[in-house]
Design a protein around this ligand. Structure first.
Ligand code: 5GP
Ligand code: MG
Ligand code: MG
Length: 175
C-alpha cells in the first residue's frame, strides 16, 4: 500500500519564487562566465529544469546518478556512482544541483570526488535541507528551504519512485 501524502510543506508558488530568486543570484554571481549545471538524478531533475530557465548566462547541463538510501544506512559516507558525468569538468565552473540534503554524506562525497577532477570552481545548490539530520558540515551556496525531519515527496522527490509529479512539496503521512 502506498502511504498517503500529508500536509503541504512548501507550496508550488513559494517553490517557483525561490527558484527564480536562486536563478537570479546565480546569474549575477557567474556573470561573464559559462556554467555547467550537474543535476543529481533522479530527484533533482524537476528543480534543475525550472532553475535553468531562470539562469541568464550560457550554461550546459550534465547529470550524475548515485545510490543513496539503497543498501543499508549511509553512515560510511561512501556513495556508489551509478552514472557518471559525460563532460570533462576540469577548468569548468560547476554547480551541483540537488533536491534535498539530509545527512550531507552524499554531497560531501560527491564534492570530494568532483574536486579531484580540478574544476575551476565547484558550488552546491540544494532546494531543501534538513539541518536536524546533518552528520557532516557542508557549504551550500544556494539553498532553498529548510524542512523539519520528516520524509518529503513531490516536485521531483519520490517515495518508492512515485509522487515526483506533484507540484507542491508534501510530508508523507505517518502510519
Ligand atoms: P544524504 O546523503 O544527505 O543523507 O541524502 C541525500 C539524499 O537522500 C537526497 O538526495 C534524497 O535523494 C534522499 N532523501 C533525503 N531525505 C529525503 C526525504 O525526505 N524524502 C526523499 N524522498 N528522499 C530523501
Ligand atoms: Mg537526491
Ligand atoms: Mg529517492
Amino acid at each position: 500500500m502506498m502511504p498517503e501524502i500529508g500536509p503541504v510543506l512548501v507550496p508550488a508558488g513559494e517553490i517557483q519564487r525561490k527558484v527564480r530568486e536562486l536563478g537570479e543570484r546565480i546569474t549575477r554571481d557567474y556573470a561573464g562566465q559559462n556554467l555547467l549545471l550537474v543535476g543529481i538524478l533522479r530527484g533533482a531533475f524537476v528543480v534543475l529544469s525550472d532553475l535553468i530557465r531562470q539562469i541568464e548566462i550560457p550554461c550546459e547541463v550534465d547529470f550524475m546518478e548515485v545510490s543513496s538510501y539503497g543498501a543499508g544506512t549511509t553512515s560510511s559516507g561512501v556513495v556508489r556512482i551509478l552514472k557518471d558525468l559525460e563532460e570533462d569538468i576540469s577548468g569548468r565552473h560547476v554547480l551541483i544541483v540537488e533536491d534535498i540534503i539530509d545527512t550531507g554524506l552524499t554531497l560531501s562525497y560527491l564534492r570530494r570526488s568532483l574536486l579531484a577532477r580540478k574544476p575551476a570552481s565547484l558550488e552546491i545548490c540544494a532546494l531543501l535541507s534538513k539541518p536536524a539530520r546533518r552528520q557532516v558540515d557542508i557549504q551550500v551556496r544556494y539553498q532553498g528551504f529548510e524542512v523539519p525531519d520528516v520524509f518529503v515527496v513531490g516536485y521531483g522527490i519520490d517515495y518508492a519512485g512515485f509522487y515526483r509529479n506533484l507540484r507542491d512539496i508534501y510530508a508523507l503521512k505517518q502510519p
